[in-house]
Structures are given as structure tokens and as C-alpha cells.
Design a protein around this ligand. Sequence first.
Ligand code: BDR
Ligand code: CA
Length: 312
Amino acid sequence: PTPLAIDTDPGIDDALAILLALASPEVDLKLVTTVHGNVDLARTTENALRVLHLAGRSDVPVAAGAHDSLVHPQPERAGHVHGTAGLGGVELPPSPAAVDPRPAVVALTELLTASPEPVTIVAIGPLTNIALLLRVHPAAAARIGRLVIMGGSAARGGNVTAAAEFNVWADAEAAQAVLTSTLPTVLVGLDVTLPTVLDEDGIARFAAAGPIGARAAAILQQYVDHARTAYGTTGVVVHDALAVTEAILPGTLGTVRRDVVVDTGLGFGRGQTLVDRRTVSTAPTAVEVAEHVDSAAAVEFLVSRLASLDAR
Ligand code: BDR
Ligand code: CA
């Protein structure tokens, strides 16, 4: 299996994404690093510990990273979407494991340096930790086998503002540093996540599989309710799980190599990913931008993997 690290801000869809990785034999989850984002760092870290414990995997180390963005403090969190504690109002049992004493960038550096095989990193929160890794330990960052990011939008506008997707908006300077680096990056943005809707029938399938599936479904309930009241939609978009799917099964998404920059100005466009769709780029700093998805297949994959957690 491919060694995997998840950098995350759980977060409802982050929780599902972590569970998906744990259900997938193609990857070996070696490390979870946490970042500010949907809720504050103390909560994202506690939530990561509890989600791993839910799946019986409190052996996976959780190292806490950045409390806030690199330059401008994150303007607001997303408690209205994810619940003030981040997991949709569900109180998971506390983990017997403690937080890893290492800062996230140190834990990532040690993993990247020690691993005989290239490590895949999937970043599903603001990109502060990954930008710090690039700046503090560039040689370790250069060992990343694949960096799969949930963030941005090429042609669908934003979700947190008209222009910006949440993870990029939450730390635009970090996103700009990462997306213009030479790291081997796949950008899984709203273009592919928004059409990939997990409906209530799918949720019911893993809810019925056993206690882990039932808890995962309970965590999602607030997201389902938010989608219904905010957008009038049924079902939910589990952005981060799609990025983890691409990390587990490379090539799930159809990508095109593009030059991407981030609007780091303080105007209305702040946090927008400007994806140059005029040309396919050959620049070393270009990013594989996900532009095509088989949404039905991706949802089926997620549902069946989540249901399998209770069968182990
Ligand atoms: C992203 O923002 C967060 O609220 C979600 O967890 C996801 O990572 C979607 O824009
Ligand atoms: Ca997230």
C-alpha cells in the first residue's frame, strides 16, 4: 500500500475522508496532521483523534499544526456548516491516544525523510501546514510523491464567497505558495466536488452497516440539513472524500495540467484560484487540475468503502 498522510480540519467531510482512507487497503495511513479551518485547531485536533478512535485506529499519530493562516487571520470559521464543535453536533467518544508531541511540519518531515517509498499527502483543509513545510523543510517537501489538495475552483465560482473556495480563502497566501511550487500537485476543486452528491439512499446504506457507519451517518446529518436549508438541495457534497478517493486510486479524476495562481489581494476576489484554462501547461510549477469526474462511480465507491468498515 501507498504510505499516506492526511492534513485536515475535521469538519464533517474531513471525518468521512479519514474513514474512507482507513477503509482502503490501497493506502497505509501513517499520519494525520491538523490545521485551523472549519473550527479552531484544538477542535480539529480533538476531532481527528476521535474519528480515528471510532474506526479502532487510535494507533495513527495525530500531530497538530498551524493555529491560523500565514498572513491574514482566517476571517471566520465554518461552524454554521459543520457544527460549532466541527462534527455536526455528534459527540464521539474520546480517544485513549494523546496528541503527538511533534508540530505537524516536524511529523511530516520525519515521515517523508524516513519513508523508503514516496508518500502521498492529501490536504483537505487550509494549506498553512503544507506552505510551512515547503518553507521550513524544502528538502523533505521535495520527497512528496503526490500532493492531492481539496481546494479551489476553475470554473464554478466559490462557495464561501462568490469568488473563493473555503480552503483557499482561509489561507490564500499559503495556497499561492503551494500551488506555484514544483510539488507534484493534483487540485480537486469545486468543479468536480459539487456535482458529486452523496444522497440519502447512499447514507442509509452505510448507516445500516453497523456502529461505525451509523456514527458516520449521524455526523453527516447536520450537513444534509444545512444543504437543504441553505441551497434547497437533497444529499450532500463530501468534497474532502473525493480528494481522498483520488489519493487512493490515482486517475479516478480526469486532470489537465494548468498554471494556477491565487488572488491574494484584499478585495472581492480574495482566495479565488485563477486557473489558466487557455492552455495545457508544461511549466514545472503547473498543477494537475481535476476537470472530469464520474460522480456516480465516486459516490458508489465511498458508500461501499464506508459500509465495509463495520464488516472488518
Ligand atoms: C472545503 O471546505 C471545508 O468546509 C470542507 O471541509 C472542505 O475541505 C470545501 O470547500
Ligand atoms: Ca476540510
